[in-house]
Design a protein around this ligand. Structure first.
Ligand SMILES: *Cc1c(COP(=O)(O)O)cnc(C)c1O
Length: 437
C-alpha cells in the first residue's frame, strides 16, 4: 500500500537551501536531477533507517553512498567516537590510532604494504596518480569511460556518477592541458587498452580502474579482465591502480583485489574506510610508497588528514566488519535481495539486469529485453532511466530510500534485517507492477 508522502518540511528547507548553496546541495547527485522531484531532507539515521524532517522513515540502501556498512549510528562506533571527541578532534601531529588503522588496512587489503591517509576518495585518486607519474617519470594515464575517480581535473573525463547523472560530457573549468594526458578506454575491452599502450610507447604512468564499475550502475569485470590489465601494465612499465574507494571493504573485506586475486601496485580507498567520517587513503608496495613526502619527493599533504576522530570511525567500523561472520552475513543479505529482485523481474516479465557482489548490488531497468550492459556506452543505450525514476519515487512513497539515479550502486548493511528485506521486495513488486501495469 503506497501512502502519499508528506514532504512539506523537506520542500521548505530545500527551497531555502537553493538560495544559499548552488543547487541547494553539497554534492550534485543528491539533488534528484535524474529522477525529478524535490530531494528529501534527512533529520536522523538509526540502524537501517533514515527519518526525514517530515517524520517519514525509510529503509536506507544508499548508506551515505556506501560508507555505513554497519548502518547508521552503530552503537560501538558511536561509543568510540564519543570517547574520542572529548580528547579533541585534531592535533595536526602524529597519533597512535593512525598506526592502528594503518596496521589493520595493511593486514586486510592484500596488496597494501604502506598507506597514506587523506580526507576523501577524490584526494586518494589524484594523489595515487601523482605518485604513479612521479614513480615512472611518465605523464599519461589511462582511465575507463563511466568510471568515476572523484572530481580532480585530470579525471573528469567521461566520468560516471553525478557526471553521468547530469549528462555532462566534461566540466567547464577543466583546462584542456590538464586532460591532455588522460587516455580513455571503454570498460571490459582489453584490446582497446593494448592499442592505447601501443600508440603511446613508454608514455603511460598508470592505468586506474574501478574494479567493479559502480558509478555507471553496476558492471562487473569480465573473466580475466582485471588480471589482463595488470599484466599489460607490467609489460609496459606502467603502474596498475585499483580505485577501491567503493569496492574496498565491500566486495570482500580485502576489496575486489581479494575477490579477484589481482595484485595492484597502488590502491585507492575511501568511503567505508572512515565509517561515515571523511577519510580516504592510498597505499601500495613499500618501494612505491617510499616516494611520498617526507620519505620521498612526491609532495602530498593534509591539515586534517589522519585526525583521531576520523581514524576512530574507520578503525571501529573495519574491526567490526572483519570480525567473525559479519561480512559474510551482510553479503548473504545482499545476495538475497538481488535474487529477490531477479525473481520479481521474471515474474512480472520486466527486463532487468541485476548484479551483486559482496555487500554491493545494482540493477538496471532495460529498454530492450535481451540487452546486456557491460560498459558505459551500453549503460547509456539500454538503461531505462525514465522507468527507474518512476520506480524510485514509488519506492520512496513505500518507505524505501534508493540511490536517486539509475547509474549508482546500492548497499547492504550489518543491521538490515530479514523483515526489512522482505518489506523492500514486496514494495518493489508493487511498484514495478504499477509501472508496467
Ligand atoms: C566515491 C568515489 C570516489 C570519490 O570519493 P569522494 O570521497 O566522494 O571524493 C572515487 N572513486 C570511486 C570509485 C568512488 O566511488
Amino acid at each position: 500500500m503506497s501512502k502519499a508522502l508528506n514532504t512539506t518540511q523537506s520542500e521548505a528547507i530545500f527551497a531555502k537551501a537553493q538560495t544559499l548553496m548552488p543547487g541547494g546541495v553539497s554534492s550534485p547527485v543528491r539533488a534528484f536531477g535524474s529522477v525529478g522531484g524535490t530531494p528529501i531532507v534527512m533529520a536522523k539515521g538509526e540502524g537501517a533507517y533514515m527519518t526525514d524532517v517530515d517524520g517519514n522513515r525509510y529503509i536506507d540502501y544508499v548508506l551515505s553512498w556506501g560508507p555505513l556498512v554497519l548502518g547508521h549510528a552503530y552503537p560501538k562506533v558511536v561509543d568510540a567516537l564519543q570517547k574520542a571527541v572529548v580528547n579533541g578532534t585534531s592535533y595536526g601531529a602524529p597519533t597512535a590510532i593512525e598506526n592502528e588503522l594503518a596496521e589493520l588496512i595493511i593486514e586486510v587489503v592484500p596488496s597494501i604494504e604502506m598507506v597514506r591517509f587523506v580526507n576523501s576518495g577524490t584526494e586518494a585518486c589524484m594523489s595515487a596518480l601523482r605518485l604513479a607519474r612521479a614513480y615512472t617519470g611518465r605523464d599519461k594515464i589511462i582511465k575507463f569511460s563511466g568510471n568515476y575517480h572523484g572530481h580532480a581535473d585530470m579525471l573528469l573525463v567521461q566520468a560516471g556518477s553525478g557526471v553521468a547523472t547530469l549528462g555532462l560530457p566534461d566540466s567547464p573549468g577543466v583546462p584542456q592541458g590538464t586532460t591532455a594526458h588522460t587516455l580513455v578506454a571503454p570498460y571490459n575491452d582489453l584490446d582497446a587498452v593494448k592499442q592505447l599502450f601501443a600508440d603511446n610507447p613508454e608514455a603511460v604512468a598508470g592505468v586506474i580502474i574501478e574494479p567493479i564499475a559502480a558509478n555507471m550502475g553496476f558492471v562487473q569485470p569480465q573473466e580475466g579482465y582485471l588480471q589482463g590489465l595488470h599484466d599489460l601494465c607490467r609489460e609496459h612499465g606502467a603502474l596498475f591502480i585499483m580505485d577501491e574507494v567503493m569496492t574496498g571493504f565491500r566486495v570482500a573485506v580485502g576489496g575486489a583485489q581479494e575477490a579477484y586475486g589481482v595484485d595492484p601496485d597502488i590502491t585507492c580507498l575511501g568511503k567505508v574506510i572512515g565509517g561515515g567520517l571523511p577519510v580516504g587513503a592510498y597505499g601500495g608496495k613499500k618501494e612505491i610508497m617510499a616516494h611520498v613526502a617526507p620519505a620521498g619527493t612526491m609532495y602530498q599533504a593534509g591539515t586534517l588528514s589522519g585526525n583521531p576522530l576520523a581514524m576512530t570511525g574507520g578503525l571501529t567500523t573495519i574491526q567490526e566488519l572483519a570480525s567473525d561472520g559479519v561480512f559474510a552475513s551482510i553479503a548473504e543479505k545482499a545476495e538475497q535481495f538481488a535474487n529477490g529482485m531477479r525473481a520479481i523481474a521474471d515474474k512480472l516479465n520486466v527486463p532487468m539486469q541485476v548484479g551483486q557482489q559482496g555487500t554491493m548490488f545494482g540493477f538496471y531497468f532495460l529498454k530492450e529485453a535481451n540487452a546486456v550492459i557491460s560498459n558505459y556506452d551500453d549503460a547509456k543505450a539500454y538503461a531505462d532511466t525514465e522507468r527507474y525514476g518512476k520506480f524510485f519515487h514509488l519506492m520512496l512513497a513505500e518507505g524505501v530510500y534508493l540511490a536517486p539515479s539509475q547509474f549508482e550502486a546500492g548497499f547492504m548493511s550489518h543491521v538490515h534485517n530479514e523483515t526489512d528485506i522482505q518489506n523492500t521486495l514486496e514494495a518493489a513488486e508493487r511498484s514495478i507492477s504499477k509501472i508496467v501495469g
